[in-house]
Write a protein that binds this ligand. Structure first.
Ligand code: PMP
Length: 427
């Protein structure tokens, strides 16, 4: 079933079938025509525990009948307090580094990143007002990064035809080369040189760049980059929007590198994926720099849905699920399940660069005409759809990021479809 009215504004619907989904549970999407799909990418990396988790659905229903939405400027409510306390307890801790102890709620990953940038610039602005530092505004970013689709988030992300129309509005950034294994020292030297120019902050997707092609880099590089920033007093911002909530095998990717950022953005799986919520966490020095009786120094970002009570109730339930259920056990089993099957796929001549980071797996398909904007990705998407699978390749990179509840049989069908894609499209 298609919805032609929406075609012009969907970036991925042109001339392709658009399945009409009516119901979902676990890793399964049910379509209007009675068929079903396995959700191989957690509906854009979001639904960690699977669709319509009964505990989260019940928490949403309870909260919707009690307190739905409250202006959060000057008011508060228990679901938000519970989530803020819970988040702070879960943040990566490193001896000698300040903790992420303060939480600002918003409603999407892009906004959480915007808030992170605003906090970083506000920090330096307020220190300049106090005569402690020069104002700083330059942001350093890692090559091939993606941080969202608002103007600020696009400015710090990879530039391409997909955001060319807005180039005049995007601000200038300092781009650090991606630390490919044979370019690690080059990347570190470039970062050190850029940090010496006193930028405001360096923002990274820790350990894996998602939309940029599921490119992984090792924990020692994340650690080395964070250390360089600390040495130069450049704020280190971790965008854990994709990597958070167990995706990389640990709750947050920064844990694997022993890194405690100055600012961190989280979203997607914060509610288990059922409803939008995001948070930006900051250390006390960033919070204190904004706390003042002088209204010129306050942090201004007040969107209507900040800390929406229903979304916070879902997030509080997600945190309870993490505390009370064996989510880590489920993740470990999934990590092993993917690793076993990836080994068989890795021998296929149509594939190269198999990689896995926790529950995220990616592999490159060696196909003719495999550029990011070629027809390959939509053709692959349609090919997988015909086999009952929701996947959304990035150029010639096919990746998997399933809900943690996907079962062995479903994983087998996913990998059978991947092999079939290699046979069909590989060179
Ligand atoms: N940062 C990263 C690393 C992401 O992967 C994404 C979303 N894919 C975002 C930010 C933006 O999040 P949202 O789509 O919720 O705005």
């Amino acid at each position: 079933m298609t919805s032609p009215v929406w075609h012009p504004f969907t970036q991925h619907g042109l001339n392709e079938p658009i399945p009409h989904v009516v119901r979902a549970e676990g890793a399964t999407l049910h379509l209007a025509d009675g068929s079903s799909l396995i959700d191989g990418i957690s509906s854009w990396w979001v639904t960690t525990h699977g669709h319509c988790h009964p505990r989260i659905a019940a928490a949403i229903a309870r909260q919707a009948g009690q307190l739905d939405q409250l202006i959060f400027a000057g008011y508060t409510h228990e679901p938000a307090e519970a989530v803020a306390r819970g988040l702070v307890d879960l943040m990566p801790q490193v001896p000698g580094r300040d903790r992420l102890a303060h939480v600002f709620f918003s409603d999407s990953g892009s906004t959480a990143v915007e808030v992170a940038l605003k906090m970083a610039l506000g920090y330096w602005h307020n220190r300049a007002l106090d005569g402690l530092d020069e104002a700083r505004s330059r942001i350093l970013v890692l090559e091939h990064s993606y941080h969202g689709d608002t103007i600020g988030a696009m400015s710090i992300g990879e530039r391409g035809v997909y955001n060319a129309a807005w180039t005049p509005l995007l601000f200038d950034v300092g781009t650090i080369p991606f630390p490919h294994p044979d370019r690690e020292q080059e990347a570190l030297a470039a970062l050190a040189a850029a940090c010496a120019q006193q930028p405001a902050a360096f923002i990274v997707e820790p350990l894996i760049l998602g939309a940029g092609g599921m490119l992984t880099y090792p924990p020692h590089m994340l650690r080395a980059m964070a250390d360089i920033c600390a040495r130069h007093d450049v704020l280190f911002i971790a965008d854990e929007v994709m990597t958070g909530w167990g995706r990389t095998g640990t709750l947050f990717a920064c844990e694997q590198a022993g890194v405690a950022p100055d600012i961190m953005a989280v979203a997607k799986g914060i509610t288990g994926g059922a409803i939008p919520l995001a948070a930006t966490l900051a250390t006390p020095r960033i919070f204190e720099a904004h706390r003042s009786t002088d209204r010129a120094r306050l942090f201004y970002h007040s969107s209507s849905y900040t800390a929406n009570a229903i979304a916070c109730a879902a997030a509080a339930e997600n945190l309870a699920i993490w505390r009370e259920e064996d989510v880590r056990g489920r993740i470990d089993a999934l990590v092993r399940g993917i690793a076993d099957r990836l080994a068989s796929l890795a021998g296929h001549p149509a594939f190269a660069n198999p990689r896995q980071l926790g529950t995220i797996m990616a592999i490159d398909l060696l196909a003719a005409d495999a550029g990011y904007l070629s027809d390959l990705a939509p053709r692959l998407r349609a090919f997988f759809l015909e086999r009952g699978l929701l996947l959304r390749p990035l150029g010639n990179t096919i990746y998997l990021m399933p809900p943690y509840c996907i079962d062995a049989q479903q994983l087998d069908s996913v990998f059978a479809a991947l092999v079939a894609a290699g046979d069909r499209f590989g060179m």
